[in-house]
Design a binder for this molecule. Sequence first.
Ligand code: 4AD
Ligand code: MG
Length: 461
Amino acid sequence: MHVLPPRIVDILRQPPVNEPVVIEGWLRTRRDSGGFSFLEINDGSCLQGLQVIAEERLPNYDIEVKKLSAGCSVRVRGDLVLSPAKGQAVEVRAQSVEVIGWADPDTYPLQKKRHSFEFLRSIAHLRSRTNALGAVTRIRSALSFAIHRFFHEQGFVQVHTPVITTSDCEGAGEMFTVTALEPGQLTGDQPFASDFFGRRAGLTVSGQLQAEIFAQSHGRVYTFGPTFRAENSNTSRHLAEFWMLEPEMAFCDLAGDMAVAEAMMKYLIRVALDECADDLALFDQHVAKGLIDKLIQVRDQPFVHLTYTQAVAELQQSGRSFAFPVQWGIDLQAEHERYLCEEVARAPVIVTNYPKGIKPFYMRLDEDGRTVAAMDMLVAGIGELIGGSQREDRFDVLAERMAATGLNMEEYGWYLDLRRYGSVPHAGFGLGFERLVQFVTGMQNIRDVIPLPRTPGHAPC
Ligand code: 4AD
Ligand code: MG
């Protein structure tokens, strides 16, 4: 049962023809012809709008209806009828058109023509009213909901891990500091001793370490929330604030981790294809030709597995001159990752067993002593979409690696305790949610798939 009146998406799904309806939304266009105005109303519930026909006999026709322009908000009561016009099955014959909010046509920035994504970024507070950004918003919501549904169906427990933390999970020194002190008060050898937490705290770069706590009590858990990185990367794949999904599974090794990641990806793509068909068709037509075929392939074909060592050999034999030359031990760059998916595998690739020197302390050391049980899922157009690993569950090996990477053992005592008391093999991964939305929509720039992007020098509202 609906608590609120049906929206345009509901009306179009089951048109109550010849029955009264109420439409609340924003005007896209108005066209007048022979005593009628044709109003195109969109309410954000789907790509399609509804056409409303307002006749001149309406009491406010001359003083209001004929002054409506793009961006005005209205409430229309009328009857839904079959439409004689092409391109729409039904339309609304208005009994009343109530203007809720005017939008000055001289200053409203969204005109009927197509605007560039760059321009729309400069009006992020209005861009969700456009077809493309409106579709991104709906697909993002559908994918987010599907993530919860997938893990719920697989028996995972959702854990809300903290946003403020004192552990730098990735050890990359990219944490934003959180302080209650004024800038001038942060002085001396121990500037945070008198601060709110009595020590330096920051915004989380990953909820993984805390998710591991709950994996060791609940077996299968996931956390999904905002994540922050003060890395100064002005690329089309990096944000300072992004959303990350992180499942963590006890009694699970790297093979299990990869199996979950692949099954989840296929599930999410299937949901997008099934539930967001109109929105995906828009992107296929206007943003990334061939998008839907690409998604169908990813849904239906197995992913390709390569070890890091094999991947390096593929890249070295490619005859390509990469901006970053390839040799064993380097971290793979987006250009390498994309080559592997786009040219070698023509499918998503999962690369495993990276050199330990380029990966964080918590990854399980392989038998060879040189590599760790890491896995990155790489996809066309983007590169790294998922980063994960089996975790080091052996107390002594972990303690040794922590010492070698210079971690403060006292601060991470709680993490070592998890290996002291009932330690089990466990594994997990992190999915960059915006990169997933980029992949599913074909949108080029990550700033266009998050409602309000935060990047270096940019946090306007
Ligand atoms: O590979 P990362 O750094 O892995 C972790 O943080 C692990 N703790 C995850 C885990 O095992 N639980 O990040 C995971 C993913 C990347 O693959 C990428 O998709 C995304 O997060 N990501 C970013 N997305 C947007 N902007 C950034 N600055 C990102 N940094 C990472
Ligand atoms: Mg990574």
